[in-house]
Design a binder for this molecule. Structure first.
Ligand SMILES: NC(=O)c1ccc[n+]([C@@H]2O[C@H](COP(=O)([O-])OP(=O)(O)OC[C@H]3O[C@@H](n4cnc5c(N)ncnc54)[C@H](OP(=O)(O)O)[C@@H]3O)[C@@H](O)[C@H]2O)c1
Length: 233
């Protein structure tokens, strides 16, 4: 099993759902984890699950719907005992289900603030340190959602994540800071809903693949977590 001993990872939105699985999966490989949710009390289950892996943990909170909340998360994550080597930008929200012709500007602003502007600010906060230290893995959560006009706000926010990730990867070309985007698959979470075909646990081990890349590995590319079901856990 490839290990991540002594590395530190920040997983935004790791209080539940896919982020929680990713936090546990990283810890199983020895990685120290900075967990994030909107409130500290939301993180109890994740922290309880991390105990058995004997890794270090640190808590960062912040409501990503405002720049002040994003700044709070960044400040608290930077106060961790180690620098962020691996960053999963996982926290996101679904948009309201409504006609593509009646969606208002406020809804575009709400979803883009959380799914895009917060993600960009977090990359800006941590990618330069990765460059200085000569190591970094950034994994931005995307979606395979397609042909859902009533959810266009969410799907366009994820298209923006893909494009931003590609361009950020180009900025780091030839350096050991690899930026990729990950589709977890449609899974039963609060966001995915009860009718999703997959269990949340199925995001592992595939979700870890872009964090475990060797130096000079792929960058600026799409990963599908469900494509790695047979990978050693
Ligand atoms: N589930 C799917 O089928 C699916 C499919 C494709 C892509 N994805 C992507 O996978 C990622 C995780 O999704 P999920 O299904 O695990 O979602 P989820 O179960 O709804 O969990 C969302 C996480 O994000 C945090 N979060 C939500 N709104 C926030 C805000 N305004 N400020 C700060 N944190 C916030 C939550 O923290 P609190 O607990 O504190 O609220 C929680 O930890 C997302 O990027 C999503 O777009 C999911």
């Amino acid at each position: 099993m490839k290990r991540l001993d002594n590395k530190w990872a920040l997983v935004t939105g790791s209080s539940r759902g896919i982020g929680q699985q990713i936090a546990w999966g990283l810890a199983e490989r020895g990685c120290n984890v900075i967990v994030h949710g909107r409130e500290a009390q939301h993180l109890e289950a994740t922290l309880a699950g991390l105990k058995k892996f004997n890794v270090k943990t640190h808590i960062a909170t912040g409501e990503l719907s405002s720049p002040a909340g994003v700044a709070q998360l960044i400040e608290q994550a930077k106060a961790a005992p180690g620098p962020v080597d691996i960053l999963y930008n996982n926290a996101a929200v679904m948009s309201k289900y409504e006609s593509i012709f009646s969606i208002n500007q406020a809804e575009w602003d709400r979803v883009f603030q959380i799914n895009v502007w917060a993600l960009i600010a977090i990359c800006q906060a941590f990618a330069p340190g990765m460059r200085e230290r000569g190591y970094g893995r950034i994994i931005n959560l995307t979606s395979g959602i397609a042909d859902q006009p009533n959810l266009v706000v969410y799907s366009v926010s994820k298209a923006a994540v893909d494009k931003y990730s590609r361009d950020l990867a180009a900025e780091f070309k030839g350096e050991n800071v690899l930026i990729n985007f990950l589709d977890p698959g449609w899974l039963q979470t609060d966001l995915g809903g009860p009718n999703a075909p997959g269990k949340v646990e199925s995001v592992l081990p595939g979700a870890l693949v872009p964090a475990l890349l060797d130096n000079d590995g792929p960058t600026g590319r799409f990963y599908g977590a469900q494509e790695y079901k047979d990978l050693e856990r």
